[in-house]
Write a protein that binds this ligand. Structure first.
Ligand code: CA
Length: 220
């Protein structure tokens, strides 16, 4: 999962970035509204954490501009101001959830997990694909009711596909959401990981290669 983090308070930004990377997400962390606006419009994100009080351009106008540009990723708004009018402006501009400072860092992670899961059309914390289950809170897979042992990299890739189950996901989409910016799309890293995951899912055939298009996780 790729998350855009927009917070001008440097220590808080560092703390949040570390927590989000700690659960295996790729994080782009920026401090001002102009850069946030540009990145959110140009890059594909699974979610954003957006502070409202920002230099150069305030968070509400950044969010409004993303939504005007049809960017629909879920946005968790942060604010120091516990004023109803600010919340109203944030939700009016298209925020999906709200946290008032000070907050527990863990709560940001929990809320983002829930937002990303709901954004992918899953109403409960468990995503099921036939015999495969992803507990999106505990970040664990079970296959046929047994814990599925995955490396951190395999988990990130399979969880990304699980959030998009039934859909074909392109190689470049995977690169963008799972790996860092300098990832070499021509390398065979994705194929190697897909092969390993597929072996771990055997005898079930859940991970399909759509030639020339990408990969699809699905029970059929
Ligand atoms: Ca701020």
């Amino acid at each position: 999962m790729r998350v855009l983090l927009v917070e001008d308070d440097a220590p808080l930004r560092a703390q949040l970035a570390a927590a989000l990377r700690g659960v295996g997400w790729v994080v782009d962390a920026v401090a001002d509204g102009d850069e946030a606006l540009w990145l959110g419009r140009e890059e594909g994100y699974d979610a954003a954490v957006l502070d409202l009080g920002l230099p150069r351009r305030d968070g509400v106008s950044v969010l409004q501009a993303w939504r005007d540009a049809e960017r629909r990723f879920p946005v968790l708004v942060l604010t120091a101001r516990n004023r109803w009018s600010d919340k109203l402006a944030g939700f009016g501009a298209g925020a999906d959830d709200y946290l008032t400072k000070p907050f527990e860092i863990d709560e940001v992670v929990l809320r983002l997990k829930a937002l990303m899961r709901r954004a992918s059309g899953h109403a409960t914390p468990t995503i099921r694909i036939g015999p495969l289950e992803l507990d999106t809170v505990a970040c664990r897979f079970h296959l046929d009711g047994q814990p599925l042992v995955l490396t951190a990299g395999e988990y990130r890739l399979l969880a990304f596909l699980a959030h998009r189950s039934g859909r074909t996901v392109s190689r470049s989409e995977i690169a963008e959401h799972i790996y860092d910016r300098d990832f070499d799309l021509d390398s065979n890293v994705i194929d190697v990981q897909i092969g390993r995951i597929r072996r771990k899912l055997a005898p079930h055939r859940l991970l399909h290669t759509e030639r020339g298009l990408g990969f699809r996780l699905g029970a059929a």
